[in-house]
Ligand binder design. Structure first.
Ligand SMILES: [Zn+2]
Length: 167
């Protein structure tokens, strides 16, 4: 988890959300990677999805049975899908959305609900080095909030149809 936290810091230095993930099997690190969704302008570039992809590339298999993923944050539904598809046995995360309620909307469907919906039963452990994971947001916090407040103010109407309306 300490490696994941360092990668989260690196993501922040690159202008991204400070999340990191590491996949380990038999005490060997198969993947260690940070979030780059802003740097890459690609929403699939979450740390956990990237880590699953890198570990599969390294091992040459889509099946990551026997692996543990360490993530600085409770994986989102997209990342949980990748983790469960890959049959990762253990998920360890730092903070959850509940830990930063002023930044994140709470989520009605949680990681363990998604696992159950997949008929999948990974071992899930939360709150590991949670304080450090939250601390990573101490510098990121303001920029994130300002960006989202600004976006909210300008979001009427928003998206594809408003883009069309402007053309
Ligand atoms: Zn995610």
């Amino acid at each position: 988890m300490r490696i994941a936290l360092q990668l989260a810091e690196q993501s922040q230095l690159n202008g991204d959300v400070p999340f990191g993930a590491v996949i380990v099997k038999n005490r060997c690190v198969l993947a260690a990677i940070g979030n780059s969704e802003h740097a890459d302008q690609n929403v699939t570039r979450h740390a956990e999805v990237k880590a699953v992809s890198a570990a599969s590339t390294l091992t040459g298999t889509r099946n990551l049975t026997g692996c543990t993923i360490y993530s600085t944050v409770e994986p989102c539904p997209m990342c949980a899908g990748a983790i469960f598809h890959a049959c990762i046995d253990r998920v360890v995360y730092g903070m959850s959305r509940d830990d930063l309620p002023h930044l994140f909307r709470s989520r009605a469907i949680r990681l363990w609900d998604l696992a159950q919906d997949w008929h999948y039963n990974p071992q899930i452990t939360g709150g590991v080095l949670k304080d450090e994971a939250i601390a990573a947001f101490s510098n990121y916090n303001d920029a994130f909030r300002v960006a989202h407040t600004h976006q909210d103010e300008e979001s009427q109407p928003s998206g594809f149809f408003s883009t069309l309306a402007l053309q």
